[in-house]
Design a protein around this ligand. Structure first.
Ligand code: ZN
Length: 340
């Protein structure tokens, strides 16, 4: 299976006990329902009367599965409340707390600042609000955490460059506590190939940020080739379509490019067809580094415990523990911060 046996500490007895590394989790899709409801009520923004009804709007329902568009549609209600500094800090703090409860000990959260500026916050303020939420949580729980800034594909390459600059200016090297650790591009893949964002990635790279991208979720392997060759990413979010290209699989293995695997989400968006094995098993066979990720705990109705339990049907607890241990080396959080 390509996963080395642990020769160090004895492996935990159950997947839920493993100390976990989360490298791909979105803020907007991970706001705990009870907190989203509370903030909506406070601001008089609730579109329905009860929290149970709200839950259906925030969590993907069975009849909505299989389409990336319907999945992305779940993100518009959270945006109503996350336009204000304190709300952003508060939801981020709650997400870190929930991750910690699921034994996550290293967490990279990601977030698109530009869609949090509708009420007048500047890009820098929205980033600062998210960092503040992480710092508040870090005071309360032993967890290493960083923020990845996302540029949305549909906003185009120019806005992506502006975001890359904002991300660099809030880079972890300028912060005593939490800073921005990486840069990502997400959103609708079709019609927005990675190569369009070459300059934005150059800015992020020169500015010292780690590079990842959403690719191969709704597009073929060529999107992943472009992301590696034109943008120089060292990690790929989803990367599902790479299983269709053996040369690409060998390249990912050779260059140790990590795939951020989001099992539940991939079935929900249709990136992986129901009944088919998840590509993570092929990645492991090829020796490609992987991380087990939730993508969006609220929208996907999941968490790190559930994702690991799901994989625990085919992988042993020690294999799962080793995946998390290895994924730590691919984190964008600076080593000195990771070791503290
Ligand atoms: Zn994602």
């Amino acid at each position: 299976m390509g996963v080395k046996k642990s020769s160090q500490k004895p492996a935990p007895s159950h997947p839920s006990r493993i100390q976990k590394v989360e490298l791909h989790q979105h803020v907007d899709g991970s706001i705990p329902v009870a907190l989203a409801w509370k903030l909506m009520k406070r601001h008089g923004l609730n579109p329905v009367e009860t929290m149970t009804q709200m839950e259906k709007l925030l969590i993907l329902q069975d009849q909505e599965m299989g389409s990336l568009l319907r999945y992305l549609d779940k993100f518009h209600y959270p945006l109503w409340i996350t336009q204000f500094y304190e709300n952003i800090a508060r939801v981020v703090e709650a997400i870190v707390e929930e991750a910690h409860r699921n034994h996550v000990r290293l967490l990279e959260l990601r977030y698109s600042p530009v869609i949090h500026t509708f009420a007048g916050l500047t890009l820098r303020q929205t980033i600062s609000a998210a960092l503040s939420g992480i710092n508040r949580a870090k005071k309360r729980f032993p967890i290493q955490a960083g923020l990845i800034v996302i540029a949305m594909r549909q906003h185009g390459p120019h806005i992506a460059k502006i975001l890359a600059r904002s991300a660099v200016s809030e880079g972890q090297q300028f912060h005593g506590r939490t800073g921005v650790v990486g840069f990502d591009v997400a959103g609708l893949e079709r019609g927005n190939p990675p190569k369009l964002f070459k300059e934005a990635y150059a800015i992020a790279r020169i500015g010292g940020l780690g590079l990842t991208i959403h690719a191969g979720e709704d597009e073929g392997p060529q999107a992943i080739w472009q992301a590696i060759d034109d943008l120089g990413v060292t990690r790929v979010g989803h990367g599902c379509s790479s299983v269709r290209d053996k040369v690409l699989l060998r390249r990912l293995a050779r260059d140790k490019i990590l795939i951020e695997c989001c099992i539940t989400s991939n079935y929900q968006t249709g990136a992986v067809k129901r009944g088919r094995p998840h590509p993570i098993f092929t990645f492991l066979e090829y020796g490609i580094p992987v991380a087990i990720c939730t993508d969006n705990t609220t929208v996907s109705g999941t968490n790190q415990t559930l994702e690991n339990n799901r994989l625990g049907r085919r992988l042993s607890v020690s294999q799962l523990a080793m995946i998390h241990q290895d994924a730590r080396h691919y984190s964008f959080i600076q080593t000195e911060q990771r070791n503290t």
